[in-house]
Design a protein around this ligand. Structure first.
Ligand code: ZN
Length: 601
């Protein structure tokens, strides 16, 4: 069989109608009739998305003769028996501006391989070539192509031939086309490109200069950068948006353009800090989940769910290090870092679902619960990102404490890379916890049983205190208090209602009602539109100041609309919950947090 038994051609052939046209040529089709399919999910985003639903038209031919095609299920096509070469031609509708699918208009083209390239059954492990073409027309002549896919004749950032060693590699290299900007930097001798699409007003050189030390931190921690020719950050700027998806030699990012620094700015705003945390997070995945991975993610079946109880480790540990590395490279102060961590703990404490679902279960049920959240999610589930990051933090401290600071989670990650990530060995579902115990020489069974397998409350106070950090909780200072050091002389809320709003403007629509809270007990529900408290009108804007007036034990007469029906009831308020966390330096925190950078305090 020839080396390039499968080749693809993709062209954004009708940008106005958001249609890519793809041709897939199979030199040696299955003698019994070739089957082809599109994936149902994209690695890194654990939800069935049915990419095949966007295929508009599909036909097959061999030597200019039509070949009959029969659709077998939502994502699989069966071609009639024929001699090769067999060419499949189809269009894909691309109008999803996210990191997970494909998007095409007259400004740019973006696609993930999982949305556009059919898998050729039986030939998924063979190398394939891809010819990436620009749309036809003068207005597209200056478009370039950004992808970390290996070039097979194409010039850097130009259309032409690319190749992949197998189907998994093919669909792990998203492609951006358009009139984008690029800032270059080098990490570990490997070229890194920061590619930006969409209108923005930011200083790309500064962003590249800020990301570089974060990348270097991760490389130093793991000991080396995995083998790659180049690494790409593919950023799309939008008016309002946030997201990222990791790949083996690149990541796709979406960011609100106002989060990025303007040319004259030098400080790190809270929004920009969050963006740098996102870049740090996706880059950390280059090791943790793209190479150190659960066994089920090695050659995953993309036509159905791939279940694992380990997402807490792959997303949680990554989430722990994404912000911690901002501190370690001196980009934020220790106080800033503790505020970020305190907000993470606050989120956890405000999730009643932490008593219903362990972080291992949260990982396993990601497909139907975490990725399909609804108004009851806070009551029913816990996030494997949020609790996973806190478990990672406690694990790091536990290792440091029990080894008398001789070892840390850093050492575990480096060893996981050397023994599993680098040689490409998947980690068995039950193996990870034993591995960490063995690598540290500690018996961590009880720790994992408590924090990962059960719903037991995470305990921070004593261990933080051993590492020079005081842990306190308080009532929130209004609806927008997310935790961290209190600001100004704001008044705390003295009563607990148990809901939040969908938006802070317009009508006061309840986003959720927490289980057994005063609003729940009075019979109110998500979707109810709050119109009056004690017979005085409220909306989303004035609600907070009205709520602050009440104290625990007060009875409030509440009117809402549920649909078009007016409902009223008395709500007996409870005492405000002490669910807002504050962390402050109280002793020698150097062993955990380093000395901190006085320039950024
Ligand atoms: Zn992640």
């Amino acid at each position: 069989m020839s080396q390039n038994a499968v080749s693809y051609q993709i062209i954004p052939y009708n940008p106005q109608a958001h249609l890519f046209r793809i041709k897939c040529t199979i030199e040696n089709p299955d003698q019994n009739g070739q089957r082809i399919s599109l994936p149902a999910w994209i690695p890194g985003s654990y939800m069935i998305r049915e990419f095949a639903k966007h295929v508009v038209r599909l036909s097959a031919c061999t030597n200019d003769q039509a070949v009959a095609v029969n659709k077998l299920d939502k994502q699989t096509w069966q071609c009639a028996r024929c001699e090769g070469p067999l060419t499949i031609e189809y269009d894909v509708y691309a109008w999803d501006l996210s990191v997970r699918q494909a998007h095409l208009d007259t400004r740019h083209a973006f696609f993930n391989g999982t949305s556009v390239f059919v898998a050729v059954e039986g030939q998924e492990n063979l190398p394939c070539r891809v010819n990436i073409q620009l749309p036809s027309g003068n207005q597209y002549l200056h478009w370039r192509v950004a992808t970390a896919m290996k070039r097979d004749g194409a010039n850097l950032f130009q259309p032409g031939w690319y190749y992949a060693a197998d189907y998994d590699e093919l669909v792990d290299h998203p492609v951006e086309m358009g009139d984008f900007e690029i800032a270059d930097f080098e990490v570990a001798g490997v070229p890194h490109h920061f590619v930006v699409t969409g209108r923005h007003y930011s200083d790309l050189k500064r962003i590249a200069a800020d990301i570089k030390p974060l990348c270097e931190h991760h490389v130093e921690m793991f000991g080396e950068l995995p083998e790659m020719e180049r690494y790409l950050f593919l950023l799309t700027c939008v008016g309002e948006g946030y997201g990222g998806l990791e790949h083996r030699a690149c990541c796709s990012l979406i960011s609100t353009r106002s989060d990025l620094p303007r040319a004259h700015e030098t400080h790190i705003s809270e929004e920009y800090q969050k963006f740098l945390g996102l870049c740090s997070h996706e880059y950390f995945h280059t090791w943790n989940v793209k190479r150190i991975k659960p066994k089920v993610f090695v050659k995953p079946k993309l036509n159905q769910e791939a279940y694992t109880r380990l997402l807490w480790a792959f997303e949680g540990i990554t989430s722990y290090y994404d912000d911690l590395s901002l501190l370690r490279v001196g980009m934020i102060s220790r106080e800033n870092y503790l505020d970020v961590l305190a907000r993470q703990i606050t989120r956890y404490l405000r999730t009643p679902g932490r008593h219903q679902q362990s972080v291992a279960e949260s990982s396993f049920e990601a497909w139907t619960k975490f990725y399909k959240q609804d108004e009851n999610s806070l009551n029913a589930i816990v996030s494997y990102y949020n609790k996973g990051a806190l478990v990672a933090c406690l694990l790091d401290l536990e290792i440091r404490r029990q080894t008398n600071h001789m070892k840390s989670l850093d050492d575990v990650m480096r060893q996981l890379w050397i023994e599993y990530g680098k040689p490409g060995i998947g980690i068995d579902e039950t193996e990870l916890q034993n591995l960490i115990s063995t690598m540290t020489g500690l018996d961590l069974n009880d720790f994992f049983e408590r924090t990962v397998s059960s719903c037991a409350e995470l305990e921070f106070k004593d261990i933080f205190s051993e590492f020079g950090v005081s842990y306190t909780t308080r009532a929130p200072l209004g609806l927008t208090d997310l935790g961290g050091r209190p600001w100004g002389n704001c008044k705390s809320m003295s009563s607990y209602f148990g809901f939040d709003l969908k938006a802070r403007f317009g009508p006061a629509v309840l986003a959720y009602v927490l289980v057994d809270s005063p609003f729940c007990q009075a019979g109110f529900a998500a979707g109810d539109v709050l119109i009056a408290l004690d017979r005085l009108q409220v909306d989303a804007v004035c609600l907070e100041s009205r709520l602050l007036r009440y104290k625990s034990g007060d009875s409030v007469h509440v009117h809402v609309f549920r649909g078009d029906e007016l409902i009223e009831a008395d709500v007996l308020l409870q005492a405000a919950q002490q669910s807002t966390c504050c962390l402050q330096l109280s002793g020698d925190a150097d062993a955990w947090l380093g000395k901190g950078n006085p320039m950024t305090v």
